[in-house]
Design a protein around this ligand. Structure first.
Ligand SMILES: Nc1ncnc2c1ncn2[C@@H]1O[C@H](COP(=O)(O)OP(=O)(O)OC[C@H]2O[C@@H]([n+]3cccc(C(=O)O)c3)[C@H](O)[C@@H]2O)[C@@H](O)[C@H]1O
Ligand SMILES: Nc1ncnc2c1ncn2[C@@H]1O[C@H](COP(=O)(O)OP(=O)(O)OP(=O)(O)O)[C@@H](O)[C@H]1O
Ligand SMILES: NC(=O)CC[C@H](N)C(=O)O
Length: 640
């Protein structure tokens, strides 16, 4: 039998878009002789519909929309994910359709409720072995723990998290001997190196449960923060039959495989491991896709960035350039432009040509912006999509200006340069008059730093508004942990792509991008010490002097909030590690970390939406909750 998975790039409650992708996947599958097709978890509504799953109307609307899929399923068996609400409870289900009929709904038994997932808020877990029925306009279907059969192949379900539970409780353990195939529609978030875990899971399940295992994940930045890699896997008795390219820019990625269910296949003696994932490359692809989807789904026209020439803002600038490079590489320039929604001429021409009959063979269009002749095609696209501004003060250095300008020019981005000393002096003067005293670095250090960061916000916001662009804010996870940022200053913006990544990783990634991706203009930033440049230059401010070494900060953060250790346990653990610091120094840093951490929860609550890219993040809305007001670990830190 030819079985297939299709990764879909969906949008919460965008029925038209989601149904179009579902239809495209089914049609493509039929054209290619596919007999059974698995679409991802909740692909009809989108996985990230949040509290809408709790309403009566939305699951009802989903059931009504499912009826549209029925006629497309003539000659094929298709699995479509949707929520079903019964007696004030919502179930996360996979509907099985064939030849225009709905055969039934398999329901998820184990809900994902860790990390970025909050499913128990929305859904009720289904009880193994039970079934009930769903009614809609006089028709009735079975729902629950069901087994199906298609062309003599018996199949059952694990829906995403179901597969992440121990082997003696997960649904697969009850399907052994009853099915030939286990189908897993998933919405499994991207995190660096996670593909390896998923691969092991699917491979081992197929061996342990003596079956073929078909897995299909969602694709893209569906709802803002979480990115899906669109992984499709087929494994049989511990042998890998199919694994696709992850993080595609396509709307629909269909992958199929022929499986002879009648033939014996000896279980694999061992699971062949995947090659070690390249995290720099993975992050690059995920961030590129995350930015592309965020831009087009928010219907904005590109990005604006306050480019300091330092590590964080340079990372973000390269991120946009990589979005263009990878997007064009996969989709081609015309399709990239059309899908981005940022090139009206390209869109209009395609619509006209499609309207005139069939697919557009060639698109001829005018460039809205006149780019310098020497730019490459990709640089021209970057120029259209990214505007940067250096906003110097008396405390800024030539080093950072040169770094910013050279990078922007090399990417093709528009580069503006204006100073902000006048505005800073204006505000400082007003407050000096109001308070009838001078503000000095001795008495008002932080306030004088913050006003510079804040004064950068209005002009760059104005540029973003005028261009209907997303304002990128550049905070990273290490800064977020300790609130090393000015609220409404450098945190101002609409999207924060690297807030889930620590500063040490940012620095390493930039070195990788310089050498592996060829961004030679990064040599400047790669030679600079991270600095806020908010104090007078003779002060030689660096982040690490203000805070602590970033590698140590990252380690404390991980021990405290990923491993969830107490302050004393964190200190004790650090003492066993080769940090290069003695107990007293470590104590100072641990105390500094925890007090800055607790004092700055309110800042983390107010960050612009950020992507989940690492195995954890400190965003209160997606991974880590902490009280805004707290005792700040006073007793625990005093006892160290
Ligand atoms: N729980 C709470 N809920 C709501 N607001 C709370 C609060 N606790 C204090 N606040 C308010 O917070 C204000 C202080 O916060 P905020 O104004 O952000 O400033 P603050 O956190 O005091 O200082 C900013 C820090 O970030 C550093 N920085 C700034 C800009 C860029 C960079 C860089 O890396 O380039 C670094 C700067 O060197 C300084 O150490 C206070 O005025 C107080 O009103
Ligand atoms: N001179 C400047 N011109 C434009 N933007 C600036 C300038 N200085 C700071 N910013 C903005 O404030 C942000 C925060 O500064 P921060 O120092 O944390 O980051 P960075 O300069 O990009 O990197 P690093 O910390 O490694 O120096 C910058 O990323 C940038 O968006
Ligand atoms: N949607 C889900 O059930 C996802 C949960 C699963 N643990 C994952 O991260 O892939």
């Amino acid at each position: 039998m030819r079985i297939a998975g299709a990764a879909l790039n969906q949008i919460p409650i965008d029925w038209e878009h989601n149904l179009r992708n579902i239809r495209t996947a089914i049609e493509l599958a039929k054209e290619n002789g596919v007999e059974l097709l698995c679409l991802p978890e909740l692909s009809l509504t989108g996985y990230g519909c949040e509290d809408l799953f709790l309403s009566d109307w939305m699951p009802e609307a989903a059931l009504a929309q499912l009826q549209q899929v029925r006629p497309w399923t003539h000659g094929i068996c298709v699995v479509v994910g949707l929520p079903v609400r019964l007696n004030m409870r919502t179930y996360n289900t996979a509907a099985v359709l064939r030849d225009g009929e709905i055969l039934g709904f398999a329901a998820k038994q184990f809900l994902a409720n860790d990390g970025v997932h909050y499913e128990t808020r929305f859904f009720e877990p289904w009880v193994a072995g039970e079934t009930t029925s769903v009614e809609w306009e006089g028709q009735k279907w079975e729902l629950g723990d069901l087994v199906f059969e298609h062309k003599n192949v018996r199949f059952g379900f694990e829906i995403c998290e179901d597969a992440w539970r121990p082997d003696d409780v997960r649904p697969a353990c009850r399907l052994v001997g009853k099915v030939d195939l286990i189908v897993n529609p998933s919405a499994s978030h991207f995190a660096m190196s996670k593909t390896d875990v998923r691969y092991q899971l699917v491979m081992k399940a197929s061996r342990t449960f003596n079956c073929t295992y078909l897995y299909a994940n969602l694709l893209g930045n569906e709802a803002g923060r979480i990115i899906y890699d669109g992984e499709i896997l087929v494994a049989r008795n511990g042998h890998l039959l199919l694994r696709n390219q992850l993080l595609s820019f396509k709307e629909v990625d269909l992958e199929w495989m022929d499986v002879d269910f009648t033939a014996e296949l000896a279980p694999a003696a061992e699971i062949v491991p995947l090659a070690e994932p390249d995290e720099y490359k993975e992050l690059n692809q995920a961030m590129s896709l995350g930015l592309f989807d965020y831009m087009r789904k928010s219907r904005t026209r590109g990005f604006v960035l306050s480019l300091s020439g330092g590590a964080d803002s340079c990372f973000c600038a390269v991120g946009v350039a990589e979005m263009v490079r990878l997007g064009v590489e996969e989709l081609g320039e015309e399709e990239f432009k059309r899908r981005s929604g940022c090139f009206p001429a390209a869109i209009e021409t395609v619509v006209q040509q499609e309207g005139a009959g069939g697919k557009a063979a060639q698109v001829v269009r005018e460039e809205p912006s006149a780019a310098p002749a020497a730019l490459s095609r990709n640089q021209e696209l970057v120029r259209h999509l990214l505007s940067c501004a250096y906003q110097g003060t008396v405390n800024s250095s030539d080093d950072t200006f040169n770094s910013a300008k050279e990078l922007a020019d090399s990417l093709g981005a528009r580069f503006h340069n204006w100073g902000i000393d006048e505005e800073v002096a204006g505000y400082v003067g007003k407050i000096q008059t109001a308070l009838e005293r001078e503000l000095t670095w001795k008495t008002d250090d932080l306030a004088l730093q913050n006003i510079q960061a804040r004064v950068r916000a209005p002009a760059i916001w104005l540029l973003a508004n005028v261009q209907n662009a997303l304002l990128i804010t550049t905070s990273n996870r290490s800064e977020a942990s300790v609130g090393y940022c000015t609220m409404d200053g450098d945190t101002a913006g609409s999207i924060s792509p690297i807030a889930g990544v620590d500063k040490d990783f940012v620095k390493k990634w930039l070195r990788w991008a310089e050498t592996e991706l060829g961004y030679s203009a990064l040599r400047h930033v790669n030679a600079l010490q991270p600095t806020a440049e908010l104090r007078p230059l003779e002060d030689k401010q660096t982040d690490e002097r203000d805070l602590m070494p970033y590698t140590l900060l990252n380690r404390i953060e991980r021990l405290a909030f990923y491993d969830r250790l107490s302050p004393s346990k964190v200190l004790a653990t650090l003492e066993t590690e080769a940090t290069g610091f003695d107990r007293e120094q470590l104590k100072t840093y641990v105390r500094r970390f925890y007090s800055l951490w607790s004092r700055n929860q309110w800042k983390r609550e107010r960050y612009a939406p950020s992507f989940h890219l690492d195995d954890y993040n400190v965003d209160p809305r997606s991974w880590l909750r902490f009280p805004i007001l707290s005792g700040g670990f006073a007793a625990e830190l005093a006892a160290l």
